[in-house]
Design a protein around this ligand. Sequence first.
Ligand SMILES: Nc1ncnc2c1ncn2[C@@H]1O[C@H](COP(=O)(O)OP(=O)(O)O)[C@@H](O)[C@H]1O
Ligand SMILES: O=C(OP(=O)(O)O)[C@H](O)COP(=O)(O)O
Length: 394
Amino acid sequence: MKKTVRDIEVSGRTVIVRCDFNVPMQDGAITDDIRITSAMPTIKYLIEKGAKVILMSHLGRPEGTADMKYTLNPVAERLGQLLNKDICFISTPEVVNEEVKEKAGSLKAGEVMLLENVRFRKEETKNGTEFSKELAGLADIFVNDAFGTAHRAHSSTAGIADYLPAVSGFLIEKEVQFLGNAVENPERPFVAIMGGAKVGDKILVIENLLKKVDTLIIGGGMAYTFFKAKGYEIGTSILDAENVGLAAELLKKADSMGVKLLLPVDIKVAKEFANDSVAAYCDMDQIPAGMMGLDIGPKTQKLFAEEVRSAKTVVWNGPVGVFEMPNFAEGTIAVARALSECGGITVIGGGDSAAAVEQFGLADKMTHISTGGGASLEFLEGKILPGIACLQEK
Ligand SMILES: Nc1ncnc2c1ncn2[C@@H]1O[C@H](COP(=O)(O)OP(=O)(O)O)[C@@H](O)[C@H]1O
Ligand SMILES: O=C(OP(=O)(O)O)[C@H](O)COP(=O)(O)O
């Protein structure tokens, strides 16, 4: 168990907090601020305890140049609104300069400052020692609360912990608790649903989950690679050709481990990858030549939903159809609805499934929606995340 902000004296101390404020933006405006609101419990706690708070984050991938398209200025404004207080934001390509050091040194209890995008410095993503020291030099304590970036070993996520007492914030604590418990100590039956497009990207997650789950459901684009492995014709459906052999191995493994593995039994096929394409339902082994599967069919929706409804723990990663197109969203909606009704612990592994649940208005019906895409995948793979490994043990 990692120490959290509760386990260290913060009052009157300067605390530097790494957040993941890598929010989606359009024309300079934040389109979804969930990553900012998710950091609020830690920030508010520190303010209430009378800490002097320095926040830092990256935004996008400016690759070591101060490209103002990626300035954190909009985040500073949003933080000011959410906290209802002035946020000191000094925008400089160096991130840390004399003015920043001076301001950090003169912060009063409860005051908050935000540094400019840490990826304006090229040392950041290389975990450069000098930059880690510069950041550490601003504060007495390091708090990591950037779960979405915890799989990166960078100066602001891991390197800095070499120079300051390092503990986790409440968001990382919550993510580890829900993702960790779901996988390590699940109430059973434990069902995992894997979807999305590429088997290759999620192979390690599937392998790890096979060791833990009672049932593994495979839907979405990745199902076709498994069908190919079973020898079915898949028309023009998405295929991860390199990984057909791997899919065959996984099918065998599931069988020998006694894990129930469910694949779609019927699907909705279309002529083209377009919402208004000519479409039809067919059984899995009847995919017409020249057609592609873009969603699961009604029999499969029922099959998957029944399995989910009887589960006590469900982990879901990846949509079961092309939910971005309304005509192929039905299957993903059915799965999301089943999760919202199952009454057990439901954990959504970030990325597109989180966006889908949000889009369907079912987000508040889930136990936990991870703020990390890549990070939650690596966590589910059983990997140690550097941004968490560097924190002090209780
Ligand atoms: N049958 C399908 N054919 C093609 N793409 C699909 C299919 N089903 C789902 N997808 C697409 O997979 C994408 C998500 O894949 P991925 O990035 O692996 O998931 P996640 O972001 O949840 O980890 C979505 O954009 C979705 O449209
Ligand atoms: O948005 C992020 O990743 P995600 O889209 O996998 O959740 C994180 O902020 C990490 O960003 P990065 O993948 O540029 O290191």
